[in-house]
Design a protein around this ligand. Structure first.
Ligand SMILES: *[C@@H]1O[C@H](CO)[C@@H](O)[C@H](O)[C@H]1NC(C)=O
Length: 134
């Protein structure tokens, strides 16, 4: 069930995003992944997410740093996106906006996502993220 939902989500996103990472065939041990895009419809990449690991958008992922505009999260995962590196939410550097957003299954446009205090614009703000199975 989880694997077929993952496959469905990544297929759907591949259609939505013109540029996407090479399709991967989920094997028996495929780790869950999310898809993020730098602008709606382009610049998409599939990010494998290791449960509870913090992903800093540095190094090879620098092109995503403060560039994420959409995210597709498969069923069974919950992901938190942070404005700070290190998956901590201090909110110090970005007064007036939520310092983190928590998203479950779906394709999300960060221009308006459910924030901790209501709908928020989280476009181009993500510096790190972490996902966990539900
Ligand atoms: C992410 O960045 C923070 C702040 O620079 C650092 O403390 C943390 O160790 C990094 N985490 C990983 C998994 O690289």
């Amino acid at each position: 069930m989880f694997k077929s939902k993952t496959l469905f989500a990544s297929t759907l996103t591949a259609l939505l995003c013109f540029v996407s990472a090479a399709p991967t065939k989920p094997g028996p041990d495929a780790s869950p992944s999310i898809q993020v895009c730098t602008t709606a419809g382009t610049g998409c990449v599939t990010l494998p997410v290791v449960s509870d690991d913090c992903v800093n958008l540095t190094g090879g992922l620098s092109f995503l740093d403060q560039e994420i505009t959409t995210a597709t999260i498969p069923g069974g995962l919950i992901c938190t996106f942070f404005q700070d590196f290190g998956c901590t939410a201090t909110g110090v550097t970005n007064a007036g906006t939520d310092s983190e957003i928590v998203l479950q299954e779906g394709t999300w446009n960060f221009l308006s996502v459910p924030g901790l205090s209501g709908p928020t614009n989280f476009n181009d703000l993500t510096n790190s993220l972490t996902c966990s199975p539900l």
